[in-house]
Structure formats: C-alpha cells, structure tokens
Write a protein that binds this ligand. Structure first.
Ligand SMILES: [Zn+2]
Length: 350
C-alpha cells in the first residue's frame, strides 16, 4: 500500500485473498466421529460434513458474522470460496448480500466438485454462472483438481474465460493433490487464484497467483509452502480462520522466519500488498489504526493492533469499536442461534 500518501496511523483496506465465510459458525463445533489422522481425514470428517449440513439461513448469519469480523480487523475486501452441497442455488447471492449489508467488499465463487456426482458438479457450475451472469463480483470456484474429473475442470476454466474472470481453486494443499500441476497446466491463466501450493513442484508450470494461508497449513499439518520458491505473485488468505490480515501477516512472517532466519517482514508485507492486484478498489479504502507508525518491522511483533475507523468506498463502516450499518450484538446473537442449529444437525449426521 502506498504508505507515503497516508497518515502515520493509516493504511489502505486489507485484503483477505482466500476465505470461507461459511466456516464462521464452525468454531466450537462438535468433535468429529473419530480423530482425524491425515489431511484427507480432516476434509472428510470435519469440512465435508460441515458443508453438507449448511442451509441458506445458517449461511446468511455465518457470512454476516465473517463480514463483521473482517471490518473489525481492518479488512475491507474478502475473496470467498464457498461450498454448501445441499443449498447451492442462490448461495452466492446470500453471501454477497450479507457482505453488502455490513459494507465489506466481497468476491464470491462456488467450489465446483465431482464429490457429489456429475449432477452436483453441474449445479456448482450453474451457481457460478448464474451469479456472474447477474452481474455479481466473483470468480469461478473449483474445490480442487483431485476431486474433479478432467471435463469438470475444463468446463470451469471455459466458464471463467467466458465471463472474463479467473478460477479460484485449492492446489496441492496436501499430498492427495500431487497431480494438480499436471492436470491444470494447460488450463491455468494469469488471473487464477492457486490456493496453498504446499506440495507444488518448484517447476510446476502453472499461471496465476499463489494464495498463502500459513496458519491453516500449520493447523492441517500439511507442511510449509515456502511460497516464494514458486515463482508467482503471492497473496495472503486465512482459509476461513477469520479475516484478521495483520495477524495472518504476523503468522506468515513467523513461519517464514522459522524456515529462514535471514528473512525479513518486508517479504510477507509485500504479499499483503499484492492483494491490491486482485481487488484494486481496496487500495482506496482507509483504515485508521489505534497505534502508529505502520511499519512491517513493528507490526511483525505487535499483537494488539486494532482499527479506530474503517472507510470503504468513501463510507465509514466502522468507528470507535462498532460497525455503523449493522448491530454487532444482533449479528453475534443470531449467528450463535444458527451455530446451535448447525451443531445439532452435525450431531445427528453420519
Ligand atoms: Zn480453502
């Protein structure tokens, strides 16, 4: 961000380049039927059960809570990746409307997959198409190469090109997806978001941005991406663990430094800034912070940096600890009610 143009306690709005707003209700969810022992287990026992349990009402309040938490952290733009296989149609509108109500920018995509059969993949493609054709800001989502047949990957790629947008896809997050580079090499383009890339070869041959999600990678025990080895522009995401991007920057720095003691905070700070190539509008948003100066070397060790106010598209949407458009207490209470509904459904699920 062009810090020289700003006051000492200001930045542009921060960008979360990979989020799952549907996961905001998942905190405190019931334990899975057995302890996951691999990344595949974590997907099957936690996230693929959660996404099957979601309905549009749960999604609405999950997205509002996630959007609220974003502006409370100075994040003004979210690039979301969504899946709710039992509530696909209209789901991207629910997320977009929830974010609009809170006042945060969002780029939506539905994660297409063959996990639920050909019909499931088709419905996912149709939701992306419906949303983009209606003028929604978004991309075409794909879950990951390893859960898609070649014709599904091709269809998603063509749909994205038809709408002049990129594909937002998890790539080589775990060893299950080692074939990703070979399967995507002929399809990927400069506007694709390649999320994770932990197990990508150095000479992967893909085009696009690498979205680095350091805390999620640690939490899933999939290994360190060392994203700067991959030769592509890098942006930072949370993979659904909130949208506090200064915190993700600090974690990115700590994990990088563990890997290389000569690394400096300027490198992960540049990853935050590259987010403006994906959502340029956020560069004009303004966050006024409660402490100064804004400096990567200070922020790498500052665990208590909070916004005083957040301005998005010229409008103050957060001021003195409260959102200006919505009632934070109401959102938290409604989200807690929906979380209880979700947990009850999960308890009764196979
Ligand atoms: Zn993800």
């Amino acid at each position: 961000m062009a810090l020289e143009d700003l006051a000492a306690n200001q930045t542009s709005g921060l960008v979360c380049a990979h989020h799952h707003l549907y996961s905001a209700l998942a905190r405190g969810m019931p334990a899975p039927p057995r302890t996951p022992t691999s990344f595949r287990d974590i997907l099957e026992l936690v996230w693929w059960r959660l996404d099957r349990a979601l309905d549009l009402e749960m999604l609405e309040w999950s997205a509002k809570l996630g959007a609220l938490e974003a502006i409370e952290s100075g994040t003004t733009a979210i690039v979301d990746h969504h899946e709710s296989p039992n509530a696909i149609e209209g789901s991207l509108d629910v997320i977009a409307n929830a974010c609009a109500e809170v006042g945060v920018r969002v780029n939506c995509s539905y994660g297409v997959t063959d996990r639920h059969g050909k019909k499931g993949a088709q419905r996912g493609l149709e939701e992306n198409e419906r949303y983009l054709a209606s003028g929604g800001t978004g991309m075409v989502g794909v879950h990951a190469a390893f859960t898609c047949e070649p014709d599904t990957l091709l269809a998603a790629s063509e749909l994205a090109q038809n709408h002049g947008v990129g594909v937002h896809i998890h790539v080589a997050e775990g060893p299950e997806d080692l074939q990703a580079s070979g399967r995507l090499r002929e399809l990927s383009r400069d506007d694709w978001l390649l999320v994770h890339g932990v197990h990508l070869e150095d000479d992967h041959g893909l085009s696009g941005y690498i979205v680095h999600n350091p805390r999620s990678n640690m939490n899933n025990s999939v290994g360190y991406a060392a994203p700067h080895r991959l030769g592509l522009p890098i942006v930072l995401g949370t993979d659904g663990i909130g949208a506090a991007m200064l915190e993700e920057f600090r974690i990115a720095y700590a994990r990088l430094r563990e890997h290389d003691v000569t690394a400096t905070p300027e490198l992960p700070w540049s990853w935050l800034e590259t987010g403006y190539r994906i959502t340029p509008e956020a560069a004009d948003d303004r966050v006024t912070w409660l402490d100064e100066p804004i400096d990567p070397w200070r922020l790498a060790f500052h665990t208590n940096m909070k916004p005083q106010s957040v301005e998005i598209d010229g409008e103050v949407v957060y001021n003195q600890g409260a959102p200006t458009r919505v009632d934070a207490t109401e959102i938290r209470n409604k989200a807690a009610e929906q979380a209880q509904r979700l947990f009850a459904k999960l308890e009764n699920m196979a």
